[in-house]
Design a protein around this ligand. Structure first.
Ligand SMILES: C[S@@+](CC[C@H](N)C(=O)[O-])C[C@H]1O[C@@H](n2cnc3c(N)ncnc32)[C@H](O)[C@@H]1O
Length: 318
């Protein structure tokens, strides 16, 4: 990888031991679970990018169009010369639109997926030089210290409705921590998927090409690769269902037969039809999210939506 002088990597990628401990704990629970942050190894990040281009997956193209259409207003509200921090930066395509309009002095993307992070941080550093890019490979739920810019206004960007992967209680806690990171005079721009017709939601997570299924099943493949697992992927199937009462899509992996699986030397029994809960994707009404942000101590300054009211981008201020 070519290094440009204006980018660096701070590597705090969670150790393999944490992955093993979380997987063993999740598979030992009465209702088996696996944390969604482990979807994103190099293959998982590639599959996520394919999901973003699927015809059924409206969130990415909707948010991207909103960024293109409203970025001048967003940049005017945020001001020039900010220190931009991003959680779950992924490919950073929307971020580049924001960077082009806001012209921040520094950019600090945080992502757990090291390959995807390095690729996008390096591309952004090259295209937007002399912008200072400090990429932090870390779990944003377990951040201790970030190398924060003391002089400039801090703006946190959290697109992609990644906040929906947290439960509302976790999201509240995460927003409160983000407010502390943004500090006095800081701001946060959050992309949030709106509640909508369950038919559209169910289609978005059950694409006809099976890419979302491959993304979900890749978690088992990753466990096989990294934790000496022996999951037979053909004996599990992808499930994604919208639960209207909870306002969330739940993704699961369902065992097709009664079977036993070994991971890191431990054996786990699966009944036929038993599921591993792998992800939530919570949907919020505009007022509902604004209320959550206020409970976290933010002032809700503005919101942008698309004409179909599929997606919202909220501007919060400390
Ligand atoms: C839904 S994708 C969104 C990617 C991109 N921001 C977008 O809008 O298309 C979630 C991103 O967050 C990252 N991520 C998920 N959980 C994380 C965690 N706990 N800590 C750091 N990054 C995480 C993933 O690697 C992935 O890049």
């Amino acid at each position: 990888m070519t290094l440009s002088p204006n980018w660096q990597l701070i590597d705090r990628e969670p150790a393999r031991d944490s992955f093993r401990d979380d997987v063993l704990q999740g598979l030992s629970a009465i209702t088996k679970t696996l944390p969604p942050k482990y979807f994103y190894d190099a293959r998982g990040s590639e599959l996520f990018e394919l999901i973003c281009d699927l015809p059924e997956y409206y969130p990415t193209r909707t948010e991207l169009a909103m960024m293109r259409g409203h970025v001048a207003e967003m940049a005017a509200a945020l001001g020039d010369g900010c220190a931009l921090i991003e959680f779950g930066s992924g490919s950073g395509i929307k971020t580049e639109i924001l960077i082009g309009a806001m012209r921040p002095v520094s950019y600090l993307p945080v992502d757990i997926s090291r390959d995807a992070l390095c690729t996008s941080a390096q591309r952004i550093a090259l295209r937007h030089a002399p912008l200072q890019v400090t990429a932090v490979c870390a779990d944003y739920m377990r951040l201790d210290e970030l190398p924060l810019d003391a002089g400039a206004r801090r703006v946190i960007y959290f697109p992609g409705s990644t906040i929906g992967n947290l439960t509302p209680e976790e999201a509240l806690d995460f927003l409160a921590r983000s407010r502390r990171i943004a500090g006095r005079g800081g701001a946060m721009l959050v992309g949030v998927d709106l509640k909508k017709d369950p038919v559209l939601l169910n289609a978005a997570y059950n694409d006809t090409q099976g890419v979302t299924a491959a993304f979900n099943l890749n978690l088992l493949a990753r466990i096989n690769r990294e934790l000496e697992g022996n999951f037979d992927l053909a004996r599990f199937r992808h499930i994604a269902v919208y639960y209207e009462k909870l306002s969330r899509i739940e993704m699961h992996l369902e065992s097709l037969v009664a079977q036993e699986v070994t991971v890191a030397g431990r054996r786990f029994e699966f009944a036929a039809g038993e599921r591993i809960h792998t992800e939530n994707s919570c949907k919020y009404g505009i007022d509902e999210f604004a209320a959550l942000a206020r409970r976290a101590g933010f002032a809700h300054r503005a919101v942008w939506t698309d004409p179909q009211q599929y997606f919202a981008v909220h501007l919060l201020e400390v």
